[in-house]
Ligand binder design. Sequence first.
Ligand code: G3P
Ligand code: MG
Length: 247
Amino acid sequence: MNVPEPPPLPNIIGHRGVAGHAPENTLASIRETAAMGLAWVEFDVMMTKDGELVLIHDETLDRTTDGHGRVPEIPLAALKQLDAGAWFDTRFQGERIPTLAETADLLVELGLAANIEIKPARGYARETGQAVGAFLRDEWPPGLIAPIISSFWTEALEAVGEVAPGFPRGFLVGRIPSNWTEELERLGCALLHCSQRHLRRSQAEAVLASGYRLLSYTVNDGAKARALWDWGVEAVFSDYPDRLRDI
Ligand code: G3P
Ligand code: MG
């Protein structure tokens, strides 16, 4: 199988934009990522009731907007009425839930590369993967670097790989499972994205020795980042990239 690969990555990727500095998964947060001098940003993508793709982490609206209810039960027009910034700081009042299309336009403007995490609402993994695949195939801006597509959901990774096979994929896990090599091979993933909390040096070495690339989330502590980089972790996702620099 031809496994698409991203270019060499910088050692820090902004997490949900830069979630420590601006409301997660908003355009403001992505602008702030670029303003901090980062070259890559991660964000979460979910499907609305009417099949649109938006940036949000939780299936429910309550934590990061002034709305209530479940994203897969609400159409885009209603989601666009919500405030997605004031909960973080009144400076960000008026910030909206962005669509993936709006986000891609901003990435072009900023010259930022992206890791799109497919974050399906429960029961929608395959459909969300197909929708992201269709967007990549039909609408990804020409000239913008190909994003890394990641997900905890293997159905989503399978679907995106079927619809848009040329885009690099990363398998997201908490703990690295015992069958990780089989899964990466089956899914055509070049990368494994694991939680920093459970990663051991021996596991990192085994992943690299097998020719896969290893990323780790969420790292907000400088000493932890240094250890992970020493073990061969190529990039860490961080809410506070400023805390990891100059160490
Ligand atoms: O993609 C890395 C990381 O974002 C995965 O966890 O829950 O923050 O989306 P989560
Ligand atoms: Mg994420």
